[in-house]
Write a protein that binds this ligand. Sequence first.
Ligand code: PLP
Length: 432
Amino acid sequence: MWLPFTQMSDYEKDPLIIASGEGVTVTDIHGKTYLDGYSSLWLNVHGHRKKELDEAIQTQLQSIAHSTLLGAANIPSILLAEKLVKLVPERLTRVFYSDSGATSVEIAVKMAYQYWQNKGLEKKTRFVTVSNGYHGDTVGTMSVGSIELYHKVYTSLLFDALVIPFPSVYRHPSGDENIVRDESLQELRLLFEERHEEIAGMVLEPMIQGAGGMNTMPAGYLKGVEKLCNEFNVLLIVDEVATGFGRTGKMFAVEHEGIQPDLMTVAKGLTGGYLPVAATFATEEIYDAFYGEYEEMKTFFHGHSYTGNQLGCAVALANLEIFEKEQLVKQSEEKSTFLKELLVNVKQLPHVGDVRQCGLMCGIEIVKDKHTKESFPLESRVAYRATLEMRKLGLLTRPLGDVIVLMPPLATSNEQLAEMVALMVEGIKAVT
Ligand code: PLP
């Protein structure tokens, strides 16, 4: 095997093979159990082997596992779409399924592009994105992403997006979130003023950038972006792949600032982290621009083999039922507050430069010098080594450059959160 996002020479030194899972723990083939500190890559919600989710799959299997959605709907996908449009911002009334976070964003980008073509505004072809944004690894999503480490090597393969700097408070000389927000929005305004006639859409992760280093946005930034998009006739595409389904203390991160995007994408937590189902939500206005007689050539020619997979949609429905039954969003908000208190101690560590948190999404940035914010040299791989120590101690997570991620399942108890943070502290101390 060749593992994703993995230097295989690292992996071979001490391979990890997971055999089973239960609640918020997973167990390897040697019987060692770990806390799942990264929600099996940011998607597990209720823990592993959640009875209701297992049963939903078994029940669906008694009807059918999968049939194509190309020109033929199926029952679980219809029921799920009906539920989802009641949960997302009210302007979003149409659901287009796919099978991963990347495909859901790729679809949003293609929809935005074709929307303007179908409306006869052919010059609107470009996309604005925010530095350090991450939307997946396909060529389209890398084009609207901008993490140098992952994307630089492919530069000549990608289409050219217009990148504006992420409003990072930690890295700004003022350290003042109002100043950072206002400066960033002014920069975006100038870009829109100059080029809005050629801009189809703006793509960004709401409230917190995940893979870019768990970077939180200043309050009011997202609202400001929405206003500018509306003012300059630019479609706002919000990527909720990581932040969706309670991860930030709200069902969707856009709710923190009452945002009504034109397109929104979800994946990961949609099935509680069980199966690959994703969705792109669109407004009625966008849907209408694709609607007409076949000869008008407005059709959205896009689809994947497993789009709207019945097993996946059935488990997603069960997932949403648990959200309601267990009042998970409220629980997530309460646990976020508890986690915030725990993280105060982490901030005190001599090599922890910044602790960023939005709900149950956290990033701990390790620096060589807390005062100058100087990083450790690349080759020291300090955050990576810290995560190896954590693994030895019984906590699984992954680094993003110099940032250690903590993104536990929503089902994690306060005791388990405290244990995770304690193990993180031990891991960090072991290498700094
Ligand atoms: N968008 C965001 C914000 C993500 O965090 C991710 C994955 O981490 C993706 C898109 C890509 O999702 P997937 O890995 O399911 O393709």
